[in-house]
Design a binder for this molecule. Structure first.
Ligand code: CMX
Length: 134
């Protein structure tokens, strides 16, 4: 079952500049910066009350973030939902007709197992499922 929005991902061209902007906007510094090699991105995370914002900069032209910025420009890239059991939720969504972008959960940033749902399945929004690794 989907529990809540875990974070919102924003694609940026330059994470250092974006960190400065979002630190001013939110009044807090990022609590974490992390490279996710498998996704070819560098990320930073901000806490805003109960919510989180993830900034993502591409580390390669092959990264999904490069392609996204090329096509659409900087902006909201995905919405991530927290789940307790990602494998069960993937199976559930698959049975409901959603297109998943991987067969198995993958390690993501900020200590999570993740899986994406194709934006064409969800009214143009890239959806991420994430489960905390305990
Ligand atoms: N949100 C909404 N729509 C998106 C999108 C996004 N983030 N990314 C791509 N699209 C749209 C494209 O605009 C395109 O729409 P049109 O056909 O109307 O032009 C359509 O989806 C397909 O795009 P594409 O160019 O044919 O395919 P891509 O090669 O861009 O792949 C996607 C799209 C979603 C399959 C790919 O980006 C992907 O696998 N994403 C999951 C992984 C990811 O995003 N990793 C980075 C974040 C990692 C992290 O959070 O740690």
């Amino acid at each position: 079952m989907i529990k809540k929005i875990e974070h919102i991902g924003i694609a940026v061209k330059n994470i250092e500049t974006a960190n400065e902007i979002y630190s001013k906007l939110l009044g807090v510094a990022p609590y974490k910066s992390e490279e996710v090699e498998s996704e070819m991105v560098i990320t930073s995370f901000f806490k805003t009350g109960e919510n989180k914002i993830e900034l993502l900069e591409a580390k390669s032209a092959e990264s999904a973030i490069s392609k996204f910025i090329e096509k659409k420009g900087e902006g909201i890239h995905h919405i991530a939902f927290e789940v307790d059991d990602i494998v069960a939720e993937m199976e559930n969504l698959k049975n409901l007709g959603f297109t998943l972008l991987s067969d198995k959960p993958k390690p993501g940033a900020d200590n999570k197992l993740i899986c994406f749902v194709h934006p064409k399945s969800a009214n143009g929004v890239l959806v991420e499922l994430c489960q905390e690794i305990k």
